[in-house]
Design a binder for this molecule. Structure first.
Ligand SMILES: [Zn+2]
Ligand SMILES: [Zn+2]
Length: 246
């Protein structure tokens, strides 16, 4: 698997960048994982909507869904131009009525409602899920492909279902929305500090850890250092269009 980094900011994008979005690519598939603000502008540097196999949305917060509406317009254009004639499968929890209506208008998207107990197959990819602890219903996702495992925390405070889902992951992409010392605020907001992300990854036996969902405040090198100390080995900081190979 290759994971292309489209966006990693929490809450809102930094100039020229994007909030949460990743493209999970195998030989046969391209799966868009979350579709936050600015994600399509980065995606289109790599491919068009014609190439997408599916979209997976972890939860309905705008920093993970803001570009879904314009994605539906891109699909409409692709249909008019006959560059994409099949509906795009979109796996997600039930969302706001207006968005769900727009996505289902015309058969542009094939919206498939998922829950934590589901198993989804996209080509040779197998996806399983875990419920996270967050102010709205949210799913962490485990991708398995040819014996390799990539796990994305989505948004969450520390919880056992996420620790279980991340067990033995070759790559664990975990949110770190706050710095050490902000544990009380993080728990209240349904997020993790860098140290909590590192500790959770170590307890899960993850082989590699990369951080995402960055705060706009403070020094991100400190965020990485705090996670590295808790994880016990080097932790990766993301940059736009990085490619993580699993
Ligand atoms: Zn969220
Ligand atoms: Zn978020």
């Amino acid at each position: 698997m290759k994971i292309h980094v489209l966006g990693y900011w929490g809450t809102y994008p930094a100039p020229g960048e994007a909030t949460t979005g990743f493209l999970v690519e195998t030989d046969g598939e391209k799966v868009l994982l979350d579709c936050g603000s600015g994600v399509l502008a980065q995606l289109f540097k790599l491919c068009g909507v014609e190439s997408l196999s599916a979209v997976v949305v972890t939860h309905h917060h705008y920093d993970h869904t803001a570009d879904l509406g314009v994605l539906s317009y891109a699909l409409l254009k692709a249909r008019v131009n006959q560059t994409r004639t099949t509906p795009l499968p979109m796996y997600m929890l039930e969302g706001p009525a207006g968005l769900m209506r727009d996505l289902r208008t015309e058969p542009l998207a094939d919206v498939r409602r998922i829950d934590a107990t589901d198993t989804v197959h996209i080509g040779e990819l197998t996806l399983t899920f875990a419920p996270t602890v967050h102010p709205v219903k949210c799913l962490a996702v485990r991708f398995e492909h040819q014996g390799k495992v990539f796990v994305f925390s989505a948004d969450s405070s520390v919880c056992q279902p996420l620790r279980t889902l991340a067990h033995g992951a070759d790559l664990f992409l975990c949110e770190a929305s706050m710095y050490d010392g902000e544990e009380t605020v993080a728990k209240r907001a349904g997020h993790m500090t860098a140290g909590q992300a590192g500790q959770l990854a170590r307890e899960a036996g993850a082989r590699r850890l990369a951080l995402t969902h960055y705060p706009h405040e403070g020094d991100l090198e400190r965020l990485v250092a705090q996670a590295t100390e808790a994880f016990g080995q080097p932790v990766q900081r993301l940059h736009t269009l990085d490619v993580l190979t699993v």
